[in-house]
Design a binder for this molecule. Structure first.
Ligand code: S3P
Length: 439
């Protein structure tokens, strides 16, 4: 269980999703708005900010380093930037809670400071791999320590001279890329990172939005140290990773017709749309526009008969956070869905391959975990009691499964839904899912 609190969700079987809904702000963009806003010169105004615990951990870290941040209030945050060299030493350890993004991106940023920091996290974050950022940061000249197994706490000694590197990432990770780009702001010369497959590019887009030069050629992205960030205005779109639960819910529940408003549809994030469409879902985008350098659209989903597919591996990094929801779609599809090339799922907030397979089996679905994915035979979902193992996305995915289940779905250990989607229950209920917190 995460923390001491066992929040239990109870989702009644059946129903359909209807109407219009706006899910909360994008988590990745919200984190980055605080980081770049804090390091910019001038005042950055953010709207649509995700008031989830993960992003609040990022705000807490920068406040601890002397940055004045007002809010969040109704999604509005004001950050009084201190410039790239303006952070001050925190009085104690920086606690990142459940947030891998905070810890990995800050590892890069902290490597360039003139003071030491220690970053800690909750039991889930304390199990997650940090060597993937620590090793390349060391080659830039950073002095950074983890536990012997490469996990938090992460200890960084400041006052180092960083120099640019050329780095070919062994895993397709936006967090590693972003961590190195942020360290690159403090490095002498150019830092160039090559990704094995495209990953989310919010850091690059936002750096440009703050007036920083970022070059891209093919799979390689470069920054040169020694520049400045100029304060900006950021309108955070709704998070496609949160919208994904509703997209799957509407796709699987007969009679559903749901529109999700103002969703970020950056092409490095739209794997969930591509995969659901390949399974036969009817998804239409309207009102497509660009907001602050990020593409945004309204997404309408209508229920259709879904078919199992072999998920193309090039879609995996573009849908990396959406597999808990997509596994539910696969469980409701006719035939077999095969996922490969997704071993990264084993080191997310939980081992998402094992935990999802365990839950699907409990709900009478034939789901075989493999080292790098899963094979799911669609069938009749039963009711039952599953455990999210403290993983927010697994809790929300199983809540949606109730729409097609033969009995109630009860989900243990749901407190971490607060990390990314604090008002999930009320939004889901408003759309037609009969879900509540069990008391
Ligand atoms: C994120 C990148 C992804 C994703 C995470 C947020 C980011 O992680 O799973 O939820 O904001 O950069 P990886 O880049 O490690 O795959």
């Amino acid at each position: 269980m995460s923390g001491n609190e066992n929040i239990v969700f109870h989702a009644a079987p059946g129903g359909a999703l209807h109407g219009r809904a706006r899910v909360p702000g994008d988590k990745s963009i919200s984190h980055r708005s605080i980081m770049l806003g804090a390091l910019a010169e001038g005042v950055t105004e953010v709207s649509g900010f995700l008031e989830g615990e993960d992003c609040l951990a990022t705000i807490g870290a920068f406040r601890a380093m002397g940055v004045r941040i007002d809010g969040p209030a109704n999604g509005r945050v004001t950050i009084y930037g201190v410039g790239l060299r303006g952070l001050s030493p925190p009085a104690g350890d920086l606690y990142m809670g459940n947030s891998g993004t905070s810890m990995r991106l800050l590892a890069g940023l902290m490597a360039g400071q003139s003071f030491d920091v220690v970053m800690t996290g909750d039991p889930s974050l304390t199990r997650r791999p940090m060597k993937r950022v620590a090793a390349p940061l060391r080659t830039m000249g950073a002095v950074i320590d983890t536990s012997p197994s490469g996990t938090p706490p992460v200890r960084i000694s400041g006052k180092q001279h960083l120099h640019g590197i050329e780095y070919l990432m062994p895993v397709a990770s936006a967090q590693v890329k972003s961590s190195l780009l942020l360290a690159g702001l403090y490095a002498e010369g150019q830092t160039c990172i090559t990704e094995p497959a495209p990953t989310r590019d919010h850091t690059e887009r936002m750096l440009r939005g703050f007036g920083y030069r970022v070059e891209r050629e093919g799979r390689t992205v470069c920054v040169e140290g020694g520049g400045r960030l100029r304060a900006s205005k950021i309108d955070v779109p709704a998070d496609i990773s949160s919208a994904a639960f509703f997209m799957v819910g509407a796709a699987i529940a007969p009679g559903s017709d749901l529109t999700l408003e103002h969703v970020g549809v950056n092409p490095t994030r739209t794997g969930v749309i591509n995969i659901l469409r390949a399974m036969g879902a009817e998804i239409t985008l309207s009102n497509e526009r660009e907001v602050g350098g990020e593409p945004v659209a309204d997404i309408r989903v209508r229920a259709r008969h879904l078919r199992g597919i072999r998920i193309p591996e090039d879609q995996v990094p573009l849908a990396i956070d959406e597999f808990p929801a997509l596994f539910i779609a696969a469980a409701c599809a006719e035939g077999e869905t095969v996922l490969t090339g997704a071993e990264e799922l084993r080191v997310k907030e939980s081992d998402r391959i094992q935990v999802m397979a365990d839950g699907l089996l409990t709900l009478s679905i034939d789901a075989k975990p493999t080292p790098d994915g899963m094979i799911i035979h669609g069938g009749a979902l039963g009711g039952g009691r599953v455990n999210s193992r403290g993983d927010h996305r697994i809790a929300m995915a199983f809540a949606m499964a109730a729409l097609r289940a033969g009995g109630p779905v009860v989900i243990d250990d749901c407190a971490n839904v607060r990390t990314s989607f604090p008002d999930f229950l009320s939004l889901a209920e408003g759309a037609g899912l009969r879900v509540r917190q069990q008391t």
